[in-house]
Write a protein of this length. Structure first.
Length: 88
């Protein structure tokens, strides 16, 4: 019976884990915490893969946000002020 109760919890955790942070700072903070957990060696084996995948998603989000800021700086450096649309 304990196995059956574990499945809904893991599905709920997976749903909560898939929500991406709204800001760069929140994503970076979560990524730093996750890296610390992964490096500590205390995560169970079945959580390592999902932790790695989440880390890859967070890293991509951070890179995308940094690229958007870099693109905006390039626009400003050219002396042209354009409307900046934040990536979603």
């Amino acid at each position: 019976m304990s196995k059956a109760s574990a499945k809904p919890e893991s599905a709920a955790e997976a749903g909560a884990a898939s929500a991406m942070p709204a800001t760069y700072e929140a994503a970076l903070s979560e990524l730093e915490q996750l890296v610390g957990q992964l490096e500590s060696g205390t995560m169970p084996l079945d959580q390592l893969l999902s932790g790695y995948q989440r880390g890859a998603q967070l890293l991509q989000l951070c890179r995308d946000k940094l690229q958007a800021v870099e693109d905006q700086i390039k626009v400003l450096d050219e002396g042209t002020l354009k409307v900046w649309k934040q990536p979603q």
